[in-house]
Design a protein around this ligand. Structure first.
Ligand SMILES: [Zn+2]
Length: 401
C-alpha cells in the first residue's frame, strides 16, 4: 500500500475563510464551473449576481486552494478586454467502482465529468464483495501512485439497497450480497474517503449534472438495464432519500395485479414484467448486443415483437403515470432500455390517465449520457463533499508515492 499524504485545504491561501457566506459563494462558483467545464469570469459574475470584486476574491481563493485555473481566452469579443476563462484544475479526480454481474468497472474521472480512464475487469459471474474490494484496490493503486492527481474520494455504485450514511450494502440480490460493509472495507484498503449508493440513483446524479436533467429541480429518473429497473426522485432540488436512503425503488412500482413474481418477493412489479432480456430474446439478440436493440425493434415484422413492445410500453406508462401523480415532476428522464421503449413508438408515453394538471407540466425525456452515465454519476458522489464546501474538503495526493 502506498503512503498517503493528506492535504487539509482549510482556507484561502493558508489563511482562514471566516464566514459561511464566503464558503457558500465558493461552493456556488465552483459548482457552476464544474458543471459547465469552463466559464468566463464575466459569465460567472452574471450568473451569480456577485459584484466583481467579490468574484475576484472568490476566484483567487479557489485558485489558491488548487481547485480552478484561469486562462486568457484565445480571442477577444472585439471590444474591451476579453474575460478570462475559469476551468476546474484538471488534476482533481474521483475514483469510481461499478460492480456489474460479469465485471468490475473502475474509473478515474476529473471534475467537469471528464473520464480520464476506465478499466473493466472480467469476473466469473457476480463477484463477491471481498473480490470487488481486493481487485479494485489493485487498480486504484496503479491509477494513482506517483501520479500528479489530487483525489476527492472514491464512490461505489451498487445495484441494490445501500445505506447512504455509511455506504453499507443492505441487499444486492443480483450479487447475493447481504449486509456488506462495502464502503468501509474499500476505504480501509485504499485509504481514500469512500461512499456508496444505489446505482440508479448515481445514474440520476450524472444526468442531473451533465445530461438531460441539467438545471431541473423536480425530476423523476427511471433506468432499465440487464438486471432490472431502478430510479430516483429529485424534488425541489433535493434528493428524495427516505429515512435511510432506500427511496426511489421505481422498478418495484406495482403495475399489474396478475403479474409475474418479482425477485423482491412481490407480484406485478414493473421490473418483473418489463425486462431487457425479454426484449433482447424477442429479436434474437444476445445480452452483449444491447446497443442494437432499438434498431432491431424498429425493423421487426413479427407481430409477437410488436405485442411485447406494446405490453412493455403500456406497463411503463402505468409506472410513469404513478410517478407523475405522486411527485408532479417537470421532467421524467428515461434511461437504458426504457428510453428505447420510449423511442420506438411515436405515441406519447404519458397516458391521459395521469392527473391533467400534473400531466400538462411534465416532459418525458431520454437520458443523454449513454454508457458513461453511471461512471460520471458515481464520480459526482465522490466529489459531493468537495462541491458542498470547497474550502474545507480533504484531498489526497499520492504524487510522491
Ligand atoms: Zn419487486
Amino acid at each position: 500500500m502506498a503512503m498517503l499524504e493528506t492535504r487539509r485545504t482549510d482556507g484561502s491561501g493558508g489563511g482562514r475563510t471566516a464566514n459561511s457566506l464566503r464558503h457558500s459563494n465558493l461552493a456556488t462558483i465552483f459548482g457552476m464551473v464544474h458543471r459547465a467545464g469552463a466559464l468566463s469570469r464575466a459569465e460567472l459574475t452574471r450568473r451569480t449576481g456577485l459584484n466583481r470584486s467579490t468574484m475576484g476574491e472568490c476566484l483567487s481563493d479557489l485558485a489558491d486552494l488548487g481547485l480552478v485555473v484561469e486562462a486568457r481566452p484565445e480571442t477577444g469579443s472585439g471590444r474591451g478586454r476579453p474575460s478570462p476563462i475559469i476551468r476546474p484544475y484538471p488534476g482533481t479526480v474521483a475514483v469510481t467502482v461499478n460492480p456489474e454481474v460479469d465485471a468490475i468497472r473502475i474509473g478515474l474521472v476529473a471534475m467537469g465529468g471528464r473520464i480520464i480512464e476506465q478499466v473493466r475487469l472480467e469476473t466469473d459471474g457476480p463477484a463477491d464483495a471481498s473480490e470487488v474490494v481486493r481487485r479494485s484496490a489493485d487498480v486504484v493503486d496503479r491509477m494513482l501512485d506517483g501520479q500528479p492527481y489530487v483525489v476527492a474520494g472514491l464512490a461505489v455504485a451498487v445495484p441494490g439497497q445501500v445505506r447512504l450514511s455509511d455506504g453499507h450494502v443492505r441487499d444486492a440480490p443480483h450479487f447475493g450480497w447481504v449486509e456488506e460493509p462495502l464502503a468501509a472495507d474499500l476505504e480501509r484498503v485504499t485509504g481514500l474517503p469512500t461512499s456508496a449508493a444505489n446505482a440508479a440513483l448515481l445514474g440520476m446524479y450524472g444526468e442531473c449534472a451533465f445530461g438531460s436533467g441539467r438545471g431541473v429541480d423536480d425530476l423523476v429518473y427511471m433506468i432499465g438495464g440487464a438486471s432490472g429497473i431502478g430510479g430516483g426522485v429529485l424534488s425541489g432540488g433535493a434528493l428524495v432519500t427516505g429515512s435511510a436512503g432506500y427511496a426511489g425503488e421505481l422498478g418495484h412500482l406495482f403495475v399489474r395485479s396478475d403479474g409475474a413474481k418479482c425477485p423482491c418477493g412481490a407480484h406485478g412489479c414493473l421490473e418483473a414484467e418489463v425486462t431487457q432480456p425479454g426484449l433482447l430474446d424477442a429479436v434474437g439478440l444476445a445480452p452483449a448486443q444491447v446497443e442494437r436493440l432499438e434498431a432491431e425493434l424498429l425493423r421487426a415484422e413479427d407481430p409477437a415483437v410488436h405485442e411485447l413492445v406494446d405490453h412493455d410500453r403500456d406497463l411503463l406508462a402505468i409506472a410513469v403515470r404513478s410517478v407523475v401523480n405522486l411527485f408532479n415532476p417537470s421532467v421524467v428522464v428515461l434511461g437504458g432500455f426504457l428510453s428505447t421503449l420510449h423511442r420506438v413508438r411515436a405515441a406519447p408515453l404519458l397516458s391521459e390517465q395521469a392527473i391533467r394538471a400534473s400531466r400538462e407540466c411534465v416532459e418525458v425525456r431520454d437520458a443523454e449520457l449513454g454508457a458513461d452515465q453511471l461512471t460520471v454519476g458515481t464520480a459526482e458522489l465522490a466529489f459531493s463533499s468537495l462541491l458542498a464546501d470547497p474550502a474545507s474538503a480533504q484531498l489526497i495526493s499520492r504524487a510522491s508515492a
